[in-house]
Design a protein around this ligand. Structure first.
Ligand code: CTP
Length: 452
């Protein structure tokens, strides 16, 4: 996808800001000159990004296999990952070794398969720690109900679970079992515990299971799981050491205990940015209005409801942040008074009109109180005069970057999974093509990293 990015940047954009005082009207002229940039060193960087190598060494992946019939599919995962240039280290439980022999995985991965913490043939006497702490990523596929339960409870009674206790890198878990076992409240509670601790749980697929039951519990196909590994392991950690705060979702402004004013924001764009920043190594805090999205792993989420809650959560954390990205759709107005009791239909006086008062502009406040070296990025969701309005916000809110998108552009907007963004800075403007929100998030982070 990245190769298909519009390479026409940098556009140079000069803003002539003329204040027509008598009319209190702000007029912006956009003078755009286009420089066509060659592809130069980008392919090389893309290769690094794809994670084939981090420039020096292949990424080290632990493929953990527990005792389920889908262990046979993991042979293809080991082989596929190796073909893609990963350094694959397989750890098997005793149960897994009953389905497929370690020799098969040894041949496919090119590395010795470890099955026993106490095996004198292990490369080091503390192989569980050496392996666990040197890995870039772990994929446990298949993860049985038993292994999941052990991980959730910190039990370390075999090579896989012991290594997992010592492991500090991201862990992807692909549960695979009979539907009833998967849906058992104990399994679900264990998965929830792991989710809360930042493990990535890959939803099992539905279909005919080995036990003859039709339902949920199948391990996804090897290509799907290889895709997960690529997503998680392929990122260059170019944001390591940076503290990033992202806001996402809508705010809710209470009218009475029952009702509130809100907007259509789904939070998807902000969550995608938080996810990609975390993948790139940043320490990410996500201040989120109410959304239907699951918690992002490896991201600290602060849940808020109103614009005032968001203001408090953001401004109290802002001084320590290196980058703040405000993707939230914050209400500009809230009811001047919140009724303590439900407003009744019959209560005509207070029921028909609501007096509104402005909320605080969080991004505007951040722009005024920005500390030296801090990078501020806002969003502008418009329905008309996209670039003109976005350019105004860039100046008025004193920020480094505005990501502009129009509700009227096909593929852009609140609820969908794609976006079409124009990135504006004081130096220039870049039109990004239609892409998934995850890709757009990555592209926005590229722009931020390039211009800070
Ligand atoms: N924003 C904010 N606090 C507000 C309103 C907006 O921090 N009270 C931020 C948004 O998160 C976004 C940027 O300001 O990053 C622009 O938001 P937008 O709603 O497009 O613009 P407004 O400033 O609200 O102006 P208008 O509604 O007139 O377009």
């Amino acid at each position: 996808m990245r190769q298909h990015f519009c390479r026409l940047a940098p556009f140079t954009l000069q803003l002539y800001h003329i204040l027509a005082n008598s009319w209190r009207c702000e007029v912006y002229f956009l003078q755009i000159s286009i420089t066509v940039k060659t592809k130069s060193a980008l392919p090389e960087r893309d290769a690094v990004r794809r994670g084939l190598h981090d420039g020096k060494m292949a990424k080290k992946i632990i493929l953990g296999i527990s005792g389920g019939i889908s262990a046979y599919k993991s042979v293809y995962i080991a082989s596929g990952l190796k073909k893609k240039g990963y350094d694959v280290h397989v750890i098997m439980t005793d149960g897994a070794a009953k389905f497929v022999t370690p020799l098969t995985f040894e041949t496919m991965s090119g590395n010795k398969v470890v099955t026993d913490v106490f095996d004198p043939a292990n490369e080091t006497p503390t192989e569980h720690i050496t392996l666990g702490q040197s890995a870039d990523l772990v994929l446990i596929a298949p993860a049985t109900g038993n292994t999941i339960a052990k991980l959730a409870n910190g039990i370390a009674d075999n090579m896989l679970t012991t290594t997992m206790l010592a492991c500090t890198c991201p862990v992807l878990i692909s549960p695979a079992m009979n539907t009833a076992m998967f849906e058992n409240p104990a399994t679900q509670a264990n998965l929830e515990t792991l989710r809360e601790r930042g493990f990535v749980i890959i939803e099992p697929a539905e279909g005919m299971l080995a036990c003859g039951v039709e339902g949920k519990g199948k391990m996804p196909e090897p290509d799907v799981l290889i895709g997960y590994v690529e997503q998680w392991a392929s990122k260059e950690k170019d944001m390591a050491g940076l503290k990033v705060l992202v806001t996402a979702g809508p705010t809710q402004e209470a009218i009475d205990p029952v009702r509130y004013i809100t907007n259509h924001s789904s939070g998807k764009m902000g969550y995608a940015i938080a996810r990609m920043a975390a993948r790139r190594g940043a320490e990410v805090t996500l201040v989120s209005g109410r959304t239907a999205l699951p918690k992002e792993p490896f991201v600290e989420t602060v849940d808020v409801l109103s614009a005032q809650d968001m203001f408090d959560a953001v401004t109290s954390r802002a001084p320590e942040m290196d980058i703040i990205i405000k993707a939230a759709a914050v209400a500009d107005y809230r009811p001047a008074e919140v009724a303590t009791e439900k407003i009744k239909k019959s209560d005509a006086a207070s029921g028909r009109s609501i007096e509104l008062e402005p909320t605080q502009d969080i991004l505007g406040y951040l722009g005024e109180h920005r500390r030296e070296g801090q990078f501020l990025c806002g969003f502008a969701m418009e329905t008309q005069n996209l670039l003109e309005n976005a350019a105004k916000k860039l100046v008025k809110k004193n920020v480094n970057m505005i990501c502009a998108n129009s509700l009227k552009t096909k593929g852009a907007g609140f609820a969908g999974d794609t976006n079409v963004i124009t990135v504006l800075t004081r130096e220039g403007m870049k039109q990004l093509p239609l892409m998934s929100k995850l890709e757009a998030a990555d592209a926005i982070l590229d722009e931020i990293m390039a211009s800070r």
